[in-house]
Design a protein. Structure first.
Length: 410
């Protein structure tokens, strides 16, 4: 496992999941994923988030071992998605005296997920003493105490003070992040998270980019708002809910988020995404790739949309500044894999790119028109001419069109 030691006062108690095949039932995770949770020790003890139900037993064992007989005072719920909040019920069954800390959007969602009766403690967001002054509930989960915090509100644990910042739609409406003022720790919820278990050997940038684009990518403006809030904080470490704790060169990670959330291409390069039926469109794409390389283009990523991982294709489309779409016409429409790819780009708010088209059709090629219709709904997209039309297989005419498109892109 990567070194997840935070400090003498902050312990990591999360778990790895190396057997889940699809994250959110759609994204392949060959290296697994981590569900992160932390405990802050002071006069009061705060547990930061829970884990997916798949890891509840292991997580609770970690919590018991680290607490070593002590009882937690607070469970801070930053995000209600089940991979982070899925163990709340089990936690309050074991620690019924705990106070759940969340914002005004948190608790209605908790009641939607769990059969738990919540009781608000009579306190303001910055008054930590009132939470302890409430009458402890009976040892069941029918009267769990809650403490509602607001933007900028604080909660003192003793020498540590938690400050809360709302992060709606990064990437659910109830999300908040927590800044610990003494040690300058930013508990960033899903922000700065990655695919990949902590026990795996992954490249942070690759899995973080794929995670961000596919999970959070739609919500760039909201991420920008959160980054502006974070810019006013002195941050020594970032503690996400997936992936490693980030302690060094934080400007690198923040700069990546600034780029991704502004929909700015990360680097120069060309993605060629194709949907081929009998292989002729695929052959044309390979010839086109050779043309581009001969013209000096180094960064080229080619994706067979029928077979390659869709999330990786989406990641590279965001990474590079140019995109070429190549599709056969199928039932007077787009081949399903291309339709799916364009749908994913649209819902992830894809924009600010140059795009070229290659269409193939034996008697009525129409895929370019249909692909253009999708692109027309995206912001600041520059279409590159000519549109290449292949009739069944490459010909001298369509080869000349490919060469012209390659020149236009280069």
């Amino acid at each position: 496992m990567k070194d997840m030691h935070v400090s003498d006062s902050v312990a990591y108690v999360g778990v790895d999941d190396t057997t889940l095949d699809l994250f959110e039932s759609q994204y392949k995770i060959p290296y697994g994923v981590s569900y992160n949770s932390y405990i802050i020790f002071d006069e009061k003890i705060a547990v930061m988030d829970t884990v997916d139900p798949r890891g509840t037993d292991e997580w609770l064992a970690n919590v018991r071992a680290v607490l070593n007989g002590r009882r937690p005072d607070y469970l801070v719920v930053q995000h209600l998605e089940p991979d982070h909040a899925g163990s709340i019920r089990r936690f309050v069954e074991e620690y019924p005296e705990v106070t759940l800390v969340g914002n005004q959007k948190t608790f209605p969602m908790i009641e939607q997920f769990f059969e738990i009766k919540l009781v608000s403690v009579p306190t303001g967001a910055s008054d930590s003493s009132a939470a302890a002054s409430g009458t402890p509930p009976e040892a069941d989960i029918q009267s769990v105490k809650t403490l509602t915090v607001a933007e900028g509100g604080t909660l003192s644990l003793g020498s540590h003070t938690l400050q809360f910042f709302m992060a709606p739609f990064v990437h659910w409406p109830e999300v908040m992040v927590t800044y610990e003022q003494t040690e300058k720790l930013l508990f960033s919820a899903d922000g700065f998270g990655t695919f990949g278990a902590l026990s795996s050997d992954i490249d942070w940038i690759t899995e973080a980019r794929r995670y961000y684009i596919n999970i959070v990518g739609k919500y760039g403006p909201q991420v920008q708002t959160l980054l502006k809030k974070a810019s006013g904080l002195s941050i020594a470490a970032i503690l996400p809910l997936h992936g490693p704790v980030l302690k060094e060169n934080l400007s690198y990670y923040i700069d990546k988020y600034l780029t991704w959330s502004s929909y700015t291409p990360e680097e120069e390069g060309i993605v060629i995404a194709y949907a081929s039926l009998h292989g002729n469109t695929a052959k044309a794409v390979r010839r086109f790739e050779d043309m581009l390389r001969q013209k000096g283009v180094e960064n080229i990523a080619v994706f067979d949309l029928n077979r390659d991982d869709m999330s990786v294709a989406i990641e590279y489309a965001y990474r590079y500044d140019r995109l070429v779409l190549a599709s056969v016409t199928y039932d007077a429409s787009l081949f399903p894999a291309m339709e799916d790819f364009l749908y994913h780009l649209k819902i992830k708010n894809f924009q600010n790119r140059k795009v070229g088209y290659i269409q193939n059709g034996s008697w009525a090629p129409a895929s370019a028109k249909l692909m253009k219709a999708h692109i027309a709904g995206m912001k600041n997209m520059t279409e590159v001419e000519p549109v290449v039309t292949i009739r069944s297989a490459l010909s001298a005419e369509s080869l000349a069109q490919l060469e012209a498109l390659a020149d236009a892109l280069v």
